[in-house]
Write a protein that binds this ligand. Structure first.
Ligand code: ZN
Length: 202
């Protein structure tokens, strides 16, 4: 089932996600619906907060983005990231590694907005899968960026918080307008949104 995505201004996007103690049918159904929703809008990641659930749950899929490669190690072994997608990360913890780099990001909760965000090049994420297994993922490239962006969502941190002040100032009137629309009850319907998103919406 394709879910509505919350737009900037909704307080749930600022909520810290609750730890998932038991991976039951509700969580499994939620994850499946989140993957379906992410694919419907050609996004590369979606966090539970974005569909209205403040939980430590995110889904990712970088397999359709050919011009921004990723590397991935799964439990210490080099793997083809494309073959491992989509990923479901439950209760993730991350460790940031390496120098920082600047890359363009968008966000499904911010239609038509993108910006340069500086983040560490590599990340190690430890999380549970939908099957309840513990996994360790080491990533660089786009996958590293997506993991960091989604991890932020799980703690109520949004990509605009990581923009430099000039970029944020330039967007301030659009952000205000978006908050106003959200207050009036606007939700993003993925079916209508498709034409607005780019390959870098996370
Ligand atoms: Zn996002």
């Amino acid at each position: 089932m394709i879910l509505s995505i919350l737009q900037y201004g909704d307080p749930i996007l600022r909520a810290k996600g609750k730890r998932i103690e038991k991976i039951d049918d509700r969580i499994r159904e939620l994850a499946v619906n989140m993957i379906e929703t992410m694919h419907a809008v050609h996004g590369v990641g979606l966090a539970a907060q974005q569909i209205g659930e403040a939980l430590q749950l995110t889904v990712l899929d970088v397999s359709q983005v050919e011009d921004r490669p990723s590397t991935m190690k799964l439990n210490g072994q080099n793997v083809d990231p494309v073959a491992e997608m989509p990923l479901v990360l439950i209760n993730p913890e991350i460790e940031l590694r390496g120098e920082t780099e600047v890359g363009v990001e968008g966000c499904l909760s911010f239609p038509e907005i993108s910006g340069d965000i500086e983040r560490p090049k590599s990340v190690v994420a430890r999380a549970q899968t939908l099957e309840g297994d513990n996994v360790e993922i080491e990533a660089s490239g786009l996958l590293s960026r997506v993991i960091q962006h989604e991890f932020d969502h799980l703690y109520g941190i949004l990509f605009i918080d990581r923009m430099n002040s000039a970029a944020k100032a330039a967007l301030s009137s659009r952000l205000r307008r978006m908050q106003e629309e959200t207050r009036r009850g606007k939700r993003i319907r993925p079916q209508e949104q498709q034409s607005l998103v780019t390959e870098t919406t996370l």
